[in-house]
Design a protein around this ligand. Structure first.
Ligand code: ADP
Ligand code: ADP
Ligand code: ZN
Length: 213
């Protein structure tokens, strides 16, 4: 399995990638999670990425491309689910080139379609576990114990970029810089459009059916 989970912020990429990786045993690769870890650890990459992430801007291509390549190399033969990468045409071209080198092209780009009102609702109520990356929602996906991660017991947080101003900026950045990728993948014939407004399980079933596995 070599798949990209695509869609605007809040569409459910991380949630569905988690479920798909459990079902298929593929590696869940989230550039957002890797970048947040770098920020938390105060690494060189983290120091560079921090101000972009807080404002909801994209981190420069060369930084994100290097991170994604290193991660893909580290998983070796395992399948993967890319979550939040690529986000620009330059990133997509670099990914295609890297996968072509090892003769392992992408099999599908799963595009999660959700309208903007619902995206704002999902993002503003999102809580995440910084330790393992698991996403929760104050209404639609509560943890068993309030404020604690079901998977690892970590303390859930409200991301700084899930506040109103950064949310609006991220949705604009998606429209301008990321949505053009839909045309790019449509041309390559691997785009699968998924109506992702339903609940988490329903969306999961739709994706599994669309992948035909
Ligand atoms: P993304 O990775 O695309 O930004 P997430 O997977 O983090 O999105 O989901 C965003 C928020 O919406 C989270 O709070 C998550 O719990 C919630 N969520 C995800 N999928 C659904 C769904 N189908 N219905 C309702 N809420 C959802
Ligand atoms: P979302 O829930 O919006 O999909 P992510 O966790 O994927 O959020 O990303 C959070 C932030 O990390 C982005 O707003 C951006 O600053 C940075 N980021 C993550 N992936 C990329 C990427 N592929 N290219 C550029 N910046 C990225
Ligand atoms: Zn956790």
């Amino acid at each position: 399995m070599r798949i990209v989970l695509f869609g605007p912020p809040g569409a459910g990429k991380g949630t569905q990638a988690g479920l798909l990786s459990e079902k298929y045993g593929a590696a869940h690769i989230s550039t957002g999670d890797i970048l947040r870890e770098a920020v938390a650890n105060g690494t060189e990459v983290g120091l560079l990425a921090k101000s972009y992430m807080e404002k909801g801007e994209l981190v420069p291509d060369e930084v994100v491309i290097a991170i994604a390549r290193a991660k893909l190399e580290s998983i070796g033969e395992q399948g993967f689910l890319l979550d939040g990468f690529p986000r620009t045409i330059a990133q997509a071209q670099s990914l295609d080139a890297a996968l072509k080198d090892i003769a392992k092209p992408l099999e599908a780009v799963v595009n999660l379609k959700v309208d903007n009102d619902e995206l704002v609702r999902r993002l503003s109520g999102r809580r995440v576990c910084p330790a393992c990356g698991e996403p929760y929602h104050v209404d639609s996906k509560k943890s068993a114990i309030e404020g604690k991660c079901d998977k690892c017991g970590g303390d859930l947080v409200h991301r700084a970029d899930d506040q109103p101003e950064a949310i609006m900026n991220r949705l604009n950045v998606y429209d301008k810089q990321t949505s053009p990728l839909l045309g790019y993948y449509e041309q390559s014939g691997i785009l699968k459009n998924i109506q992702a407004a339903g609940d988490i399980k329903e969306v999961f079933r739709t994706i599994v059916a669309a992948l035909g596995q």
